[in-house]
Ligand binder design. Sequence first.
Ligand code: AR6
Ligand code: MG
Length: 310
Amino acid sequence: MISLDRYLGCISGLTYGDAYGAAYEGGLFEKLIWKIIGRTKKGKLRYTDDTQMSIDIAQSYLSKNEIDSDCLAEQFAKSYQYSRGYGPSAAWLLKQIKKGSHWKNINKVKFSSGSWGNGAAMRAPVIGLIYAQRPHEMNQAIFKSSVITHAHPLAIEGAKIIALTVSSVLCEFSTEHLFEKLILNSNHSIYRKKLETAKNWILHSVKPSQNEIKLHLGNQIQASESVISAVYFAIQFKNHRLDQMLHPIFKLGGDTDTIGSMAGSIWGAINGLNKIRRIELDRIEKIDWILNLGEKLYFNKQEPLNPPIE
Ligand code: AR6
Ligand code: MG
């Protein structure tokens, strides 16, 4: 039986890594913009597209009792806001859907194989939670939730790895078995190689430098340059506090909020909501509402839950 505490730990870890990581993302320009738009009127920390699209998956699932790509595409488009910091291709796609295009007709317009950004992986923890006890249905759900905006096989593979990691760590696990399972289930050598590296670093107590982490695992917006970094940090720092796990991610630079968000979700699924400092969680906008949504998902309550107006 998966505990509610770990389930909500995953959702709040995701939101926390995203909201706290957003201030560190990108270059000077992005940091300046976020200084201006990164707080609500009430002074709360705003979350970005990582959390928003995860919320969208939860809401769409609760309304349909399944992952339905058409319904989810509508939900993604309805929630789209420039100020949430979506990737350029994802933003374009969602605006086209809002104007009436069908996602199937546009998800390979910008790139002929689709986007390989980490936008599908960043929202995959929710799929890991929903399908934790139905693993045979998980890959299909990952495909359906990813392909709307991220049709590239490497983007979908990254999402699969994040969902599989989350679902695997919700109950007791061994680090060695976890990495073996991820390697065995990965179809792409780029991911397998990085998983081997991360596994060896952790199991042999190697302390890589920041440059080695960037070089061997990555810190960029491509799924293949961020997903395994998130897995590495979450497992390496699983016995530390959440902020101690996030600190080196933020210092690494690059796609800090998304790596922080994916790692936060895994860390939270291991440690639970109780291990996250409430005072820090309470600084994030709509956090009680997000936790309420997580509870509905846990108990599979098929009721709409409109977001609060703030
Ligand atoms: N070929 C070349 N460039 C590509 C390709 C490709 N197949 N796919 C993506 N790019 P996007 P995301 C480049 O827009 O993955 C936000 O902060 C291209 O420049 O799909 O949803 C999120 O929170 C494209 O615009 O975004 C994530 O942290 C860019 O990669 C991050 O951005 C991003 O792909 C990525 O979000
Ligand atoms: Mg991001």
